[in-house]
Design a protein around this ligand. Structure first.
Ligand SMILES: [Zn+2]
Length: 529
């Protein structure tokens, strides 16, 4: 055999041992269960959408046998923070298979994060199920979507009836199966909300068993500062009575590098005091953002894009914007630390510094030129995606080792983390630099993540659990995408099963779209129907 793994369609000889007819056997692999435990060598047997046996090899007959000798067998990875809309909501069925994640061995993604999730969770779940998607999805209701629906893009507090409407929308999302409330307080218009407003709204999720998942207000020193921002997230969880999960934990920007110890101490203190506080992290030194989010002062966006353009056309206002953008660019590490990544633009794949030189402008004026260029609909700037190189290895390593940190991609269009996060973490942080072990990498990408998000019956290889299983080659499993070529599928996944069906074989999608929207059971304090 030229391949280590072959997929046999014929039945295998030998007596059937299992009572239930077995559909798939993954035979002879090194099995990591998803718990923080040593691996075993043996078989995983699947009937329908469930695992029926995990243990020492035995000769069970099955319709399909996957030879996993020399391979790693683990629960399908769970990605704790994703932006998958251009795939799972694509009109193209092939795109909806969600190949960027399948090819990394990811079977479940957490979505609706950063405040983006619709409160219409049930309708959305029905639409996704009807369309057919390749991975499971854990939905959040998003504060941004809720606030925009009630208050638009305005920088003001809600009136009491408006606050009640925000609360009702969050309650609706929770009653329809959301896992919790997500926020993105860094982003306008969510940034316009006070802590008290967020607490009042989050409480509706807290009293229905939800968790608070936040892209916090400040990951750097833009406004209140990283540590005050993390304390705010902890306060919101405490006052709203819910677990806090800080998304993509990091110390961002030249002024914050080296501050991971203080950041970790802030969270550790809350945990020591009995609060449930956790985080996820992506294994990259560049964040993905946009020219406006990274460089523009928030007040410049108040009221939407037409108002921003008017401000950019007004000389005194432009001078103020320029001054603040100059400081934000310094914070981010300067002109060469911003890589422009939106596809199909004259500036794609070039740094802000390179475009400034090409246009004979200052880097800030080059950024303003990009912001002034409207998209096709005219409702926002075109091509503002960036990779912002702003993190330090020592911070990333230290955060990665904390026992309450799980793997996420924050996968979004234009950044290679969408296609390459899990294999990059494995190749760079497990194999090359040995920051964490294989067992730890798998635990933090499966069982621990399922525990934090309370994802029922997934994240572990155990009889009775859903059959989300990845088989990968410990040498060939590797990233292929990079910052300039962000859309290259990762290599080395020999098989990925989602709900008992083989969704990817030898790196290629099989075409089955059997992902499910994982709705939580309706909380008791919800309307009957
Ligand atoms: Zn985010």
């Amino acid at each position: 055999m030229t391949r280590l793994l072959s997929v046999l369609l014929a039945a295998v000889a030998g007596p059937a041992i299992a009572a239930t007819p077995v559909d798939v056997v993954i035979r002879g692999g090194t099995i990591y269960s998803g718990a923080d435990a040593a691996p075993i060598t043996g078989d995983v047997e699947i009937a329908g959408d469930r695992i029926v046996y995990v243990g020492p090899a035995r000769r069970t007959a099955a319709a399909r046998v996957i030879d996993a000798r020399g391979q790693i067998v683990a629960p399908g990875f769970i990605d704790a923070h994703t932006h998958p809309d251009s795939y799972i909501r694509s009109p193209d069925r092939t795109a909806r298979l969600n190949l960027p994640w399948l090819a990394q061995g990811v079977s479940t993604i957490v979505a609706g994060v950063d405040g983006g999730g619709t409160p219409d969770v049930a309708d959305d779940a029905r639409a996704l199920a009807a369309a057919g998607i390749g991975t499971n999805v854990v939905p959040f209701v998003g504060f941004g979507a809720v606030r925009a629906r009630v208050l638009g893009q305005d920088d003001r507090a809600p009136t009491p009836p408006e606050l009640a409407r925000e609360q009702a929308l969050v309650a609706k999302g929770m009653c329809e199966g959301a896992t919790g409330l997500s926020t993105g307080l860094f982003y306008a218009p969510q940034s316009f909300a006070t802590t008290d407003e967020v607490v009042a709204v989050a409480r509706e999720a807290g009293r229905r068993g939800g968790m608070y998942d936040t892209h916090q207000r400040d990951e750097s020193n833009y406004t209140i500062g990283l540590l005050a921002s993390t304390r705010e997230a902890i306060e919101i969880g405490r006052r709203a009575g819910m677990p806090v999960h800080v998304a993509h934990l990091k110390a961002l920007g030249v002024d914050l590098q080296g501050q991971a110890p203080q950041l970790i101490a802030t969270i550790a203190a809350a945990r020591a005091a009995g609060q449930d506080v956790t985080a996820d992290q992506y294994p990259w030194l560049a964040s993905g953002s946009s020219v406006d989010a990274a460089l523009l002062p928030r007040w410049a966006s108040d009221g939407g894009y037409a108002k921003l353009r008017a401000r950019l056309a007004d000389q005194p206002t432009l001078a103020r914007i320029r001054a603040e953008m100059t400081e934000n660019l310094r914070r981010r590490g300067g002109r060469e630390s911003i890589l422009l990544t939106s596809e199909g633009q004259p500036w794609t794949g070039r740094t802000l510094g390179q475009m400034a030189t090409a246009w004979k402008l200052s880097p800030v004026d080059a950024a303003i030129r990009i912001l002034r260029t409207p998209d096709a609909a005219g409702t926002g700037p075109a091509g503002v995606g960036i990779a912002s190189f702003n993190m330090a290895d020592r911070d990333v390593d230290l955060i990665m080792r904390q026992p309450w940190v799980v793997t996420s991609s924050d996968g979004s269009d234009g950044h290679p983390r969408q296609y390459a996060t899990f294999p990059r973490k494995y190749q760079t942080y497990v194999r090359a630099r040995k920051v964490i072990s294989m067992r730890d990498f798998i635990h933090r990408s499966t069982g621990l993540t399922a525990d934090l998000y309370r994802i029922a019956d997934r994240g572990y290889l155990k009889a009775g659990k859903y059959a989300d299983v990845v088989v990968f080659d410990p040498v060939a499993y590797a990233p292929r995408a990079d910052y300039v070529h962000p859309r290259v599928p990762s290599a080395g996944v020999r098989a990925l099963l989602v709900n008992g069906r083989v969704a990817l074989a030898d790196g290629k999608p099989t075409g089955v779209a059997v992902g499910r929207v994982l709705l939580r059971p309706k909380p008791a304090n919800c309307p009957a129907t």
